[in-house]
Structures are given as structure tokens and as C-alpha cells.
Design a protein around this ligand. Structure first.
Ligand code: MN
Ligand code: MN
Length: 240
């Protein structure tokens, strides 16, 4: 069950409201990598999770993301406040928020696109979901980093830094939950991959370009790797 506590998870102070920045903040309210997406993704994964310990973690973090949604929504509202003040010049900055939303936040991203459940990654396979969550936290982290870079308001920077920090905390928890599942790093699902193909790296580009020659590295060389040059040409030649 859910319970609302009448305090924000982190106190938000804004000096001078900045409507354009408020619009940018909506990316973390109703955007693809935003707090509602995170809250719903982890909570729905948690509902589906049969491992009681990791289910508990998913529900804890999903619930914290709802608290983040409240913080980012409060922050965005403070920055969007001038849209409530009846000045046409201000309302022109974002007619959707001013005219349709009355100057308040709605579940749209920074470009006014409505939030969608299509943002969520829920696979029903725990190790796959945990990997999706680690990636989701990484995207949320970098979005906060960019937002912090685009504001000079100290109170705003502080609140965003708190939210950014918690995403790294979640990433650590998801990573630990994944590592302790007893599965190897490439062990996904139940079926093993086909040994004939799993270690072949297809070099699907040829020649030299402006960026140089074909690159080699631990992703195609050494260990079990077998480098296969231009497999498409080999297929063509075999058909002639
Ligand atoms: Mn969050
Ligand atoms: Mn998070």
C-alpha cells in the first residue's frame, strides 16, 4: 500500500523562476527517462517478481522514484510560476502549460509529448529487468547532469544534485542485486547460445575511411573471439 507523507523528500528552494528551464525540467517529470517512468518500471517489475528479496528492493526503489517525481514536479512548478501570472508575453513561452495546464505541470516531456507506458521496460525476466534498470539509472543520471549544467540557480542545482545522486545509489543496488543472482554476465534466460556462432565477430566494414582502418580491441580480438572478415562477400562468392 502507499502512504503520502506531507513533506518533500528534499527541500526545494528556487531564487528567480526561469520558465524555459521549467520546461526542460519536465523531461524528468513526464519524459522517457523521467521519474514517473522509473517509478512505474520498478513497481510493475516488482509486482511481477517471484524473488521476495529482489521484489522488496524493486518496490522500495519504485516508491522512492514517486518521491522524486514529487520533488521534480514541485521544482518545475516553481520555475513555471510566471505562466500563472496572466502576462501574455510569459504565456507565449509555453502555451500548452499556460493555456491548457493553467501554469501547472502535467505528464508531458519537455517538448509537450504525453507520457506513455511505451517508455517502460518490463520483461518478466529478473536479470533482464535489472539490466534495463541499470541502464535507466544511467540515462536519468546523465539527464540530471545536463539539467544542472543549464541552470545557475543554486537551490535548483542542489535539488537536482540530490536527485542525480540517488540515481547512482539505485544503480549500485540494481548492480549488486544482479551480481548476486548466481548468473554469469552473459547468462540470460535459460537456453544456451549456439556454440557455432557465439564467438564470431563479423567485420562488416571494409577499407579505410576518414576515421581510419578497421578497429580491433577486446570486443573482437583475443580470448574466444574469431574474427570473420566481410561475411557478406563470402556469402556472395559462394553463390557464384
Ligand atoms: Mn529518480
Ligand atoms: Mn533511480
Amino acid at each position: 500500500m502507499y502512504h503520502h507523507v506531507k513533506r518533500l523528500m528534499y527541500t526545494v528552494n528556487v531564487g528567480e523562476p526561469d520558465v524555459r528551464f521549467g520546461q526542460m525540467l519536465l523531461e524528468q517529470f513526464g519524459g522517457a527517462n523521467g521519474e514517473l517512468a522509473a517509478a512505474m518500471q520498478y513497481s510493475v517489475q516488482g509486482l511481477n517478481c517471484d524473488d521476495p528479496k529482489r521484489k522488496d528492493m524493486l518496490m522500495d526503489i519504485g516508491t522512492e522514484e514517486l518521491s522524486h517525481l514529487e520533488v521534480i514536479g514541485s521544482l518545475a512548478r516553481m520555475h513555471l510560476k510566471p505562466l500563472k501570472q496572466g502576462q501574455c508575453s510569459k504565456a507565449e513561452a509555453d502555451p500548452l502549460i499556460a493555456v491548457v495546464g493553467g501554469g501547472g505541470v502535467s505528464l508531458f516531456n519537455s517538448q509537450g509529448n504525453p507520457w506513455t507506458a511505451d517508455y517502460l521496460k518490463v520483461s518478466g525476466q529478473l536479470e533482464v529487468d535489472l539490466r534495463s534498470n541499470i541502464a535507466a539509472e544511467a540515462r536519468a543520471k546523465i539527464t540530471y547532469e545536463r539539467l544542472i549544467d543549464f541552470t545557475d540557480d543554486p537551490g535548483t542545482k542542489e535539488a537536482l544534485t540530490f536527485l542525480m545522486t540517488r540515481e547512482i545509489t539505485h544503480m549500485k543496488a540494481f548492480q549488486a542485486a544482479l551480481e548476486t543472482m548466481g548468473k554469469g554476465p552473459f547468462e540470460i534466460g535459460e537456453l544456451p547460445p549456439d556454440e557455432e556462432y557465439v564467438n564470431k565477430y563479423y567485420n562488416d566494414s571494409t577499407g579505410e575511411g576518414e576515421l581510419g582502418e578497421d578497429a580491433t580491441g577486446p570486443w573482437n580480438q583475443g580470448g574466444d573471439w574469431e574474427l570473420v572478415d566481410s561475411p557478406a562477400f563470402a556469402t556472395l562468392a559462394s553463390k557464384q
